[in-house]
Design a protein around this ligand. Structure first.
Ligand SMILES: Cc1cc2nc3c(=O)[nH]c(=O)nc-3n(C[C@H](O)[C@H](O)[C@H](O)COP(=O)(O)OP(=O)(O)OC[C@H]3O[C@@H](n4cnc5c(N)ncnc54)[C@H](O)[C@@H]3O)c2cc1C
Length: 535
């Protein structure tokens, strides 16, 4: 849709869905024929983590499996913070949502008898991952849903626009402020809305090393937080232990299956380091391997995935995607170890929502990775994220259909626009580097405090809305990580390495609280903190 046309449409009062990943597309389809406007920062098919998912969706559809067993595995992975009722309900709804996806044309793999083929993944007690052509689930889901959305006349699509502010009055949604992506000098637009669904994905791109697309910069989380929404568990970020350090941003993944096939982790001196850290060595849980890799890199020894003995010449055949990523970086993994590092991969925290996907702001729903339902606790079980996205997308649609929305949208008051939405390169680089070094795999109080102060200052002073939003999300993660003085799930503090019974509860916070933490830490700032972060 052209900017001119959109500019004239400043008063539609539809349901507005922000995000073109699994959550946004599925929710829009489920709402049909009710008119909805779907806004995505990038053209559909691009800029969404969903399209990059390789494993698939967890669903207890295999013989001998049950939703109860699925819920037990989900709860065990979550470090004591999973909401058990939510996990069980999620597992129970999984088969129905898989049927929906089949109906929309997702070609899940089947066995010889025509039943859904299910694969196994770490920490699942049964084979329960439905997949497409091996590792193509994400791409196939996005392709099928995009086609269905483009065929549905009730869905108005606006691609290439970024939501940069959520407008509210008396804790009720009144609209959104948008800006054309990659055109920072164009003025923002204001759209009235009675109902907004945020489906903007995760925050991985706040980190210098990530597997997530650039659009996963925490903007959706930030706009809700800046409007006063309650945010849950922001400190819990899952890191994938073996992203390939091949000079690419985002970093390609060296799948866990390589370690399953016998590839080992070594440092630059050729020493195998995981065996001393865990009895399962390279096959230890994801967060433990991530910490092992991080520690070797931090000690200056580097970390490498060595598949020479385990796979050698078979590498290209068995792992063509990883092989291609390595070759593109000039690495032949059959002959040399692959340089790896932990990468920000998935955000367990997000906008706090109830079982219907409702946030603490009237008229604001959130689903998928931008939300926090309580299903993942302190650590996500593999392939539960796409499941949560599709289940909550359906629930949100159901809830909106049965809700009495205000008869007309209130006229939204635009928030004072920041100068532009561009990402000043140096500031963004600094923020991402600080997230990786201070709020990453291994954290401690002093470095977290430094990050909290820097992000609070950046959030106040940034000239661009995008950078201020990134800083707000970074501040939420850092401030809650500072507050949680224990180690649990994916959150590890070297100064508090044990789990604390007293902290066995979810975090519920707001941006105001995070800013107050920054203020309380201001007095303790050492001189080096005064360095400006802005370019
Ligand atoms: C490499 C990789 C592999 C993965 N593999 C799996 C797997 O096998 N199984 C599994 O369950 N999970 C997997 N995950 C996680 C899973 O893919 C995501 O959690 C899930 O796809 C999130 O879906 P979503 O709809 O919430 O967000 P996304 O799919 O990320 O979609 C977000 C959408 O919002 C748009 N957007 C963002 N900000 C704005 C804004 N401010 N304004 C307008 N639009 C905006 C984006 O452009 C995009 O269209 C993987 C993730 C990655 C990165």
């Amino acid at each position: 849709m052209s900017h001119q046309i959109l500019n004239r449409m400043t008063n539609f009062d539809d349901v507005i869905i922000v995000g073109g990943g699994l959550t946004g597309l599925f929710c829009a389809l489920k709402l049909a024929p009710r008119p909805v406007t779907l806004i995505a920062a990038a053209p559909l098919g691009q800029g969404a983590s969903t399209a990059w998912a390789q494993g698939g969706i967890a669903a207890a559809v295999g013989e001998g499996d049950s939703p109860e067993a699925h819920a037990v595995d989900t709860i065990a992975a979550g470090g004591g913070l999973v909401d058990e009722a939510i996990a069980l309900a999620l597992a129970r709804e999984a088969p129905a949502r898989i049927r929906d996806l089949l109906h929309y044309g997702v070609p899940f793999d089947r066995d010889l008898e025509g039943r859904l083929a299910v694969g196994r993944e770490a920490a699942h007690s049964a084979r329960r991952i439905v997949h497409v052509r091996g590792d193509m689930a994400g791409r196939a889901i996005i392709a099928a849903l995009t086609e269905a959305v483009r065929r549905t006349p009730s869905i108005r699509l606006i691609e290439g626009y970024v939501a940069e502010a959520l407008l509210t009055e008396d804790n009720e949604v009144t609209g959104l402020q948008l800006r054309k992506a990659n055109e920072p000098n164009v003025m923002p637009l204001t759209i009235a809305a009675r109902a907004v669904v945020l489906a903007t994905g995760g925050i991985g791109h706040l980190y210098a090393v990530t597997t997530n697309p650039r659009e996963a910069s925490g903007l959706g989380l930030a706009i809700a937080a800046r409007a006063g929404a309650v945010i849950a568990d922001p400190e819990f970020v899952q890191f994938h232990p073996t992203a390939i350090m091949a000079g690419r941003d985002p970093a390609p993944l060296a799948t866990e299956a390589l370690r399953g096939e016998g590839a080992i982790l070594i440092n630059g001196k050729g020493e195998r380091f995981m065996a001393a850290r865990h009895r399962l060595a390279e096959l230890a849980p994801r967060d433990i391997v991530a910490r092992g890799v991080f520690a070797e890199i931090a000690a200056g020894r580097g970390a490498f995935l060595d598949a020479r003995d385990a796979l050698g010449a078979r590498f290209a055949d068995k792992f063509p995607t990883v092989h291609a990523s390595c070759l593109a970086a000039g690495i032949d993994p059959a002959r040399v170890p692959i340089p790896v590092a932990p990468a920000a991969h998935y955000h367990m925290g997000g906008i706090a929502v109830d079982a219907r996907g409702r946030s603490s702001i009237d008229g604001l729903w959130a689903g998928g990775e931008v939300s926090s339902t309580g299903a993942h606790g302190a650590n996500r079980l593999a392939s539960n994220s796409l499941l949560e996205a599709v289940v909550y997308a359906a629930r949100i649609a159901e809830d909106i259909k049965s809700s009495a929305l205000p008869a007309t949208a209130r006229a939204p008051a635009a928030s004072p626009p920041r100068r532009n939405a561009a990402f000043p390169a140096l500031s963004e680089t600094n923020l991402r580097a600080m997230m990786t070094s201070r709020v990453g795999v291994i954290r401690d109080g002093d470095h977290l405090a430094e990050a909290v102060r820097a992000f609070a200052r950046l959030e106040r002073e940034a000239h661009s809305a995008a950078l201020a939003n990134m800083a707000a999300s970074a501040l939420l993660v850092a401030a809650s990580a500072w507050t949680r003085r224990e180690s649990r799930g994916a959150h590890y503090r070297s100064d508090c390495p044990a789990e604390s019974q007293a902290l066995a509860h979810r975090t519920m916070t707001t941006l105001a609280k995070a800013r107050a933490i920054a203020e309380s830490l201001a007095d303790r700032a050492p001189a080096r903190d005064a360095q400006p972060m802005m370019a």
